[in-house]
Design a protein around this ligand. Structure first.
Ligand SMILES: Nc1nc2c(ncn2[C@@H]2O[C@H](COP(=O)(O)OP(=O)(O)O)[C@@H](O)[C@H]2O)c(=O)[nH]1
Ligand SMILES: [Mg+2]
Length: 199
């Protein structure tokens, strides 16, 4: 649940980038960090293994200015995607206000996307949260790849979004294509869901 201070008119919301290992979650945060460096007062925190994989999570606090009279800060987190780190994923989801699900567009990763989305649904349910109610945006990442077969957008929609029917973006966390629109969408969806609290 977001932290709201009515007196100082501050809101702090938690947004988690979820998805299969190596899908591009950390790369999204790195792009956001490079793009908005002047608004980000601290370093991006990344806890990585030797192989450069996310071990616990990445963390990026981000000032987005005033919305509805409140000074809004979002905290962006990523989870480690590998199956064995499920306990950490669960922990990072605690108190989540909005989620970006980063899917890997490579044909080879099709099954992993579906399993990871299912894992998200299961882990949310341990907090009595429904994947159908939490603010959620899908990102079909790595659309820039040229040398490997990619899943058509319609197939990804069918696999991941036929029931959820949430906003989705084809994107590239490496070129930055649609990274900021993905972020803006999840921030606005998250703020909309907090509206009742802020009134
Ligand atoms: N070509 C391409 N590579 C990407 C993209 N996003 C991530 N990668 C690469 O995929 C690998 C895993 O990315 P990372 O952000 O660590 O994935 P994470 O495990 O989801 O955090 C890295 O080598 C990235 O450079 C993308 O949009 N396009
Ligand atoms: Mg990572």
């Amino acid at each position: 649940m977001a932290f709201v201070n009515m007196k100082t008119k501050e809101v702090q919301a938690k947004i988690v980038f979820y998805g299969p290992g190596r899908g591009g979650k950390t790369s999204n945060l790195e792009y956001i960090y490079s793009k908005f460096r002047e608004r980000i007062k601290s370093e991006m925190v990344s806890i990585k293994t030797h192989g450069d994989r996310t071990l616990f999570f990445d963390f990026l606090p981000f000032d987005i200015g005033k919305i509805m009279g409140y000074d809004v800060k979002v905290q962006l987190y990523t989870v480690p995607g590998q199956v064995k780190y499920d306990a950490t994923r669960k922990l990072v989801l605690k108190g989540v206000d909005g989620i970006v699900f980063v899917a890997d567009s490579q044909v080879e990763q099709r099954k992993k996307n579906v399993l990871s989305l299912k894992n998200l649904q299961e882990n949310l349910s341990t907090y009595k949260k429904s994947i159908f109610k939490v603010p959620l945006v899908l990102q079909y990442n790595k659309r820039d790849l040229k040398d490997v077969p990619l899943l058509p957008i319609e197939v990804m929609d069918k696999d991941l979004n036929s029931q959820l029917k949430v906003p989705s973006f084809p994107a590239s966390a490496v070129t930055g294509h649609n990274v900021v629109p993905t972020l803006k969408k999840i921030i606005s969806a998250t703020m909309a869901s907090l509206q009742n609290v802020l009134k």
